[in-house]
Design a protein around this ligand. Sequence first.
Ligand SMILES: Cc1cc2nc3c(=O)[nH]c(=O)nc-3n(C[C@H](O)[C@H](O)[C@H](O)COP(=O)(O)OP(=O)(O)OC[C@H]3O[C@@H](n4cnc5c(N)ncnc54)[C@H](O)[C@@H]3O)c2cc1C
Length: 489
Amino acid sequence: MNGVELRKQRIRGFEQEPPRQLCIIGGGATGAGAALEAWVRGISFYWISSGDIGEGTSSRSTKLLHGGIRYLAQGEFSLVKEALQERQWMLKTYPKFCTKQRFILPAQNHWQAITYRLGLWWYDQKAGLPKNERHSYLNKGRFLDALPGFNGKATKGLSYLDATFADQGFLSALWMEMDAHSPHVLNHTRVCGLKASGNTWEIRGIDEFDGAPFCLTANHVLNATGPESIKNMEEWGFTCPHRMVWSQGSHLLLKGNFVDWKQALVVPVRQGRVFFMVPWQNKWLAGTTEAVLNEFPKIPEPKKEEVQEILDSIEEFVGKRPNKQEVLGQFSGIRPLVSLGGKSGKKASFLSRKHLVINHAPGLVSLLGGKWTIFRKMGEDGLKALFKEKLPPLVKDYPVLEPLTGIPDDRSKIDAHYYKTRGAALFPDDLVFRRFSSGLEDIPDYLNHREEWWSWWWAQAPDAEKQKEKKRLTSYLFKASVDQEPQQD
Ligand SMILES: Cc1cc2nc3c(=O)[nH]c(=O)nc-3n(C[C@H](O)[C@H](O)[C@H](O)COP(=O)(O)OP(=O)(O)OC[C@H]3O[C@@H](n4cnc5c(N)ncnc54)[C@H](O)[C@@H]3O)c2cc1C
């Protein structure tokens, strides 16, 4: 049986079941938090997503587990404290996916250094860090030892601890482990409507592969569709007092030898934003931006101005611009920022990153906003709002997860066996990028060989799907050669 038939069998099986306790709509960090908390409480659930699990914003973040020092400056103390506690929980529970990372915050004068120290003292206290991990002051010598060749105005700074994590790798490992124990995932399926019938909800949708309709039933529904949450609720016939601001953030991924810095850089730039250069999987991640969009894009891609802005910041702080060969790829994600009461006028960077629970009807809740770092806490809050005093206690340990293996060197070896067993992969890029831990640098190679490596998919996929797959992948390619200013090599 091929992957498409297996998938149909799964949908048919789900349709014939009695109602499960919960249906989570949205396969990103928010849905993952709810799924994880449902799992440890023994709640039966479906987890449905359009696109592949993790294809949305949740694989397009800055990959930080952090309290967020810039939110301190905005007075968001409770958000930062909660995120620091969750950061520590992730480091303890899933150490194989998380890496402690020291960041340098440059200071231009003594007064700034003192203010930063005060904030970082609080930051370390709330995380409960041991003495040897707390922040430290770097004089000129130590500052330049850590960031050789730093080109900004500052000559001293503060070094403090946060963490990076493999966002997509963690999400894939999590859902595949839970799904292997009890199947609950339906990817590439779009929910189009909800209907209450007694104490059950009918969840109607379509299979994105061939447009076939389906209907599942559950007693509770959690809308965790990220940036599309409010738009979806309105399309499904519910009202929402708030407005979603689609704030696109972009990154460039640079070769590991672009700089020989020993620590990551975080530096305030314009309008409440910060610029990051973060070592990530032996490369450097540079970003990010805030570009507010009027329409939700099918495939988010960095705008020309965003790429220029990142290249300018790199030049400002590193003292050189990367050439085409040094940029391995680009990606953009859409922040699910909520403007309370639908107010307009506030800059996206000043909108709160706090999450929000909206009760639409008995047994129907939306979980909006938030951050990857607090995904578990968000999930818990969503379930508390749905189940209220009937929320079951923890009955299981959090699942033990192993990092995903890399893609085999000989791609032709990835045959139908992988297709069937590596959890509901419908498109080759589901497998390459979200079941195996392949990176952006492999995309050009993959695009050149995909028909030969994935002949089993090519034989059955409609042309439109092949085109969509190509579009998704090319959105990750750095297009400086065609639409950016000429750069010196
Ligand atoms: C540039 C950028 C950098 C960031 N950096 C960090 C960071 O370093 N650390 C951090 O903690 N947070 C960070 N964040 C925030 C974090 O990434 C997001 O808060 C989080 O990923 C949002 O997850 P989500 O599940 O709500 O949304 P998504 O990941 O977008 O998931 C929503 C899912 O719902 C699906 N969906 C939509 N409509 C339907 C429908 N009708 N039916 C079925 N499914 C549907 C979508 O396909 C999607 O898969 C960053 C965000 C951005 C944009």
